[in-house]
Design a protein around this ligand. Structure first.
Ligand code: ADP
Ligand code: MG
Length: 240
């Protein structure tokens, strides 16, 4: 579903991605971890065209993201992305947050969009909050709305960039529960996170990055059982 082949990116003279290659098969969950500044956000954002890159190929469902002929807005509409800071529209109610892109980007009718929006809102346990504004919700609730908003678009894959790292500890679980549910239902997911409990539970593979390189790309059990690189071992020792 997601193919990243030999991707390199530079900011001026600084190389932020170094010949990165990995794949996410349909229905798989790949967790990306590594030290701060190692290039995780940059890598995941190449998948939906939010970060251009100078070398290599990224394909989603066979469509090349970097090809100038690819219609990025259309491709992006089919890839859900959830960020660290929720990024809901603050001036719109929950229900409007859930329906706006369905109507504007997918061309759905208002009733259809609302029906779909309320269904995914129910799924993340927040139906009762449909008429609230983001500022009236906790961080955990806002992030669940952000996930619901992405799901309302019926994405073929979901990208998460540290979805729980801005949350108070007591709210992390409710967001991870929603993500675990998605993973268990077979959603294709690429997840930047340091939540190794989540990784142990649902990841198929772990990608470990350091200084812009993918240092390790292993099945979960191998990664946790016997990380191949010294850097991954040190990293695990620090966060677990
Ligand atoms: P991570 O998500 O792993 O913390 P990032 O992908 O955000 O890492 O960043 C990787 C590196 O690229 C960092 O060293 C960061 O400072 C650098 N970087 C990110 N964005 C820019 C930018 N717009 N210009 C220059 N350097 C950047
Ligand atoms: Mg990051």
């Amino acid at each position: 579903m997601i193919e990243i082949e030999n991707v390199s990116k530079w900011y001026g003279a600084f190389q932020v991605l170094r010949e990165c290659s990995t794949q996410v098969a349909r229905g798989d969950v790949v967790v990306v971890c590594g030290p701060s500044g190692s290039g995780k956000s940059t890598l995941i954002k190449t998948v939906n065209g939010l970060e251009p890159f100078q070398q290599g190929v990224v394909r989603v469902d066979g469509i090349s993201v970097g090809d100038p002929k690819t219609k990025l807005p259309q491709l992006r509409a089919r890839i859900g992305m959830v960020f660290q800071n929720f990024e809901l529209f603050p001036h719109l109610s929950v229900r409007e947050n859930l329906t706006l892109a369905q109507v504007k980007v997918l061309g759905r009718g208002k009733d259809e969009a609302l029906e779909r929006g309320l269904k995914v809102l129910d799924r993340v346990g927040l139906l009762a909050h449909k008429d609230k504004f983001p500022s009236q919700l906790s961080g955990g609730q806002q992030q669940r709305v952000a996930i619901a908003r992405a799901l309302a678009m019926d994405p073929m894959a979901m990208l998460f960039d540290e979805p729980t790292s801005a949350l108070d500890p007591e709210m992390i679980g409710e967001v991870l529960d929603v993500m675990v549910g998605l993973a268990q239902e077979g959603m294709t997911m690429m997840v930047v996170t340091h939540e190794m409990g989540f990784a142990r539970k649902v990841a198929d593979r772990i990608v470990f990055m350091d200084h812009g390189s993918i240092v390790e790309d292993s099945p979960k059990d191998e990664f946790f059982g016997a990380p191949r690189s010294e850097r991954a071992r040190e990293f695990l020792a620090r966060i677990i």
